[in-house]
Design a protein around this ligand. Sequence first.
Ligand code: ZN
Ligand code: ZN
Length: 211
Amino acid sequence: MTAITHHISDAMLAAYAAGNLPTPFALVVASHVSLCAECRAALEAHQAVGGVMLEDSRSVRVSDTLRSGVLDMLDDPYSPEPVYERTGIYPGPIMQALKGKAPRWKSLGMGVRQSILSDGDEGSVRLLFIPPGQAVPEHSHSGLELTLVLQGSFSDETGYFGVGDVEIGDEALEHTPIAGAGDPCICLAATDAPLRFNAMIPRLLQPFFRI
Ligand code: ZN
Ligand code: ZN
């Protein structure tokens, strides 16, 4: 793996440590942290701060049982969590979301495939498979989009993203990601609002594919 150059922002790591990220984004953060020593250290710092704040509250009289119960809960304050094991290209948190099975790919046309891991009120998260050199139609975003590269690479107007890199897109980003040469690009993409495609055809297909 080449060095990771695009990381999770510190504010997002803090929100994740506090359990305040919607599950689709939490899965991307957990997966990136599982691959990235730098963000893992930053996350552990945030978690240590959270732990100290709780330890300080011991002057408040609570029974030991209650206290250890709360501490136990805090050991597992959010899900998904980082898992430092990989199965092929998939970090542990993705394997957990897949329940250990291979992704069930559905074609989106032009060789592009997706496998939806979850889709609900708080957003959606999916695996995307993009053949080498293939473009994802130009689109902008109504909300936040987090994309983590798991295999291959893609480039867009903002730069190059290789394995482990995360692109953070918001309303200001309008882009046409193109998969690099070599292996097909497989990435994990989370959104909290539908993407806005600029061409007519993808817009017509959008409700159908739940992009
Ligand atoms: Zn990182
Ligand atoms: Zn996008």
